[in-house]
Design a protein around this ligand. Structure first.
Ligand code: DHB
Ligand code: FE
Length: 280
């Protein structure tokens, strides 16, 4: 059977992608940021996922204001890189796993979560930056990826609790897929950040530290945090953190934290990164 072995959470700051693509990771500004991912790149070489279920948000790249799915699952064979603003990064095409994705869609929709099926979808920095942070710059990505887009860009976003419960439904779906697959689930975005308006550049390290603690050891409580509290305390784009809760819901209650990293600043944002393993 397919098995969820580990969860990865990380910020997906586009400037980090640009630093990788332009060979700037060794510069004074970026060095302490990328040092936080040295462990992770070694770890993932050993843990060798077959499939990554990658929860991220689209930034008006695949979906504009015409259509705004709250949750969209990528069921295609492949997904082309794209981005708003600077255009696509020079990264490999993302290969999907249509059979597992369709099984998850079937199971999760019958489990009362309404998903949008995306049979064609471009994927932006929300997905490609975490891939580069974990895998570096290979010719081809070393595993299949199921992109799962959550709307946190246009009001109203889903609640943290909805995301957490959805993660549990995704776990039930993966557990019943009849093929031996090593599956990881990733949640991207966050941490504190606000990109526009009078509060642009807002960072709340105290909020971020508490979030990281509760995320690992007390997710049931953390899931109750209302969406306005993320925005009020940690900036409007901190709402991206609800996507981490999809990952946490899909992991065991009791997990082992194998890596934790936090750094300020990178671009306008606090960088946060966790790796969790299931003990079973
Ligand atoms: C930044 C962070 C994001 O998550 C994003 O999607 C765009 C920009 C930033 O910090 O610059
Ligand atoms: Fe973002």
């Amino acid at each position: 059977m397919a098995k969820v072995t580990a969860g990865v959470a990380t910020s997906h700051i586009p400037a980090m992608g640009a630093a990788i693509d332009l060979g700037k990771t060794g510069e004074d500004y970026w060095k302490p940021v990328f040092e936080g991912y040295e462990f992770s790149k070694k770890w993932i070489k050993d843990s060798k996922p077959d499939v990554v279920f990658l929860v991220y948000n689209d930034h008006a790249t695949a979906f504009d204001l015409k259509t705004i799915p709250t949750f969209a699952i990528g069921c295609a064979d492949e997904f082309q890189p794209a981005d708003e603003g600077w255009g696509p990064r020079p990264v490999p095409v993302v290969k999907g796993h249509p059979e597992l994705a369709s099984h998850i869609a079937q199971s999760v929709i019958q489990d009362d979560f309404d998903l949008t099926i995306a049979n064609e979808m471009e994927v932006d920095h929300g997905l490609s930056v975490p891939m580069s942070l974990m895998f570096g710059q290979p010719e081809e990505w070393p595993c299949k990826v199921i992109p799962f887009a959550v709307n946190v860009v246009v009001f109203p976003p889903p609640s943290g609790n909805r995301c957490y419960q959805l993660g549990k439904a995704i776990r039930r779906a993966i557990d019943t897929f009849d093929e031996d697959l090593n599956v990881q689930i990733w949640g991207t975005g966050g941490m504190s950040h606000q990109l526009q308006g009078p509060r642009a550049g807002l960072i709340n390290s105290e909020f971020d530290a508490k979030f990281l603690d509760s995320f690992v050891s007390n997710p049931d409580e953390l899931a109750k945090l209302p969406h306005l509290e993320y925005m009020r305390n940690a900036g409007s784009e901190a709402i991206e953190l609800v996507m981490w809760l999809v990952m946490r819901g899909a992991m065991d209650d009791d997990v082992e934290q194998v890596h934790r990293f936090y750094h300020v600043p990178a671009s306008n944002t606090a960088v946060g990164h966790l790796i969790l393993e299931n003990r079973t």
